[in-house]
Design a protein around this ligand. Structure first.
Ligand code: SF4
Length: 163
């Protein structure tokens, strides 16, 4: 898989201590994106899922995996494999995407839908510069939602996770 960067002990990509996996490649091109170097799918470095997992499991104090980017849903097969392994090790899985929950659920590819179903919490939607905020946890702009994915898939409507 193509990786932009890996971070141990992140406290800004979800609750607790998180292993953040920033994948390389994003088709959304949001103006004002804070990671423009992560957009080119030809950039970054190639790593196997096993190599990323070895880093993920390095710290026994890690609470969860956060898939960010880039857009993890642009590499859904490898991110699905990572999410499944994280769950097997009792780590929760958060993911960011420039696509919305409804788009991924209704119009996503089979692999994107499978990844969505393996995610506990999705922060969705593009970064919108005119809605930029520093006051909402986990989000960069006010349009983005923090979604409880299992509850949302069960109810058929996006269920927002309380801050
Ligand atoms: S979805 Fe995220 S990584 Fe992609 S362009 Fe938008 S802000 Fe940047």
């Amino acid at each position: 898989m193509k990786i932009y960067g890996l971070m141990q002990d992140s406290i800004v990509d979800g609750p607790g201590f998180r292993f953040a996996c920033f994948v390389q490649g994003c088709p959304h091109g949001c103006p004002g994106c804070h990671n423009p170097d992560s957009h080119d799918p030809a950039g970054g470095r190639e790593m196997t899922v096993e190599e990323v997992v070895a880093q993920l499991l390095k710290n026994p104090l890690t609470d969860g995996l956060t898939l960010s980017g880039g857009d993890p849903f642009a590499q859904p097969e490898d991110c699905l494999a990572l999410a499944r392994i994280a769950h097997e090790h009792n780590l929760n899985v958060w993911a960011y995407s420039g696509w919305t929950f409804e788009y991924l659920r209704d119009q996503g590819s089979a692999a994107q839908k499978a990844l969505l179903a393996e995610v506990d919490v999705l922060i969705d939607g593009p970064f919108l510069l005119d809605q930029r905020t520093l006051s909402l946890p986990w989000r960069g702009s006010r349009n983005q939602r923090v979604i409880d994915v299992p509850a949302s898939l069960a109810s058929g409507e996006a269920a927002l996770r309380p801050d």
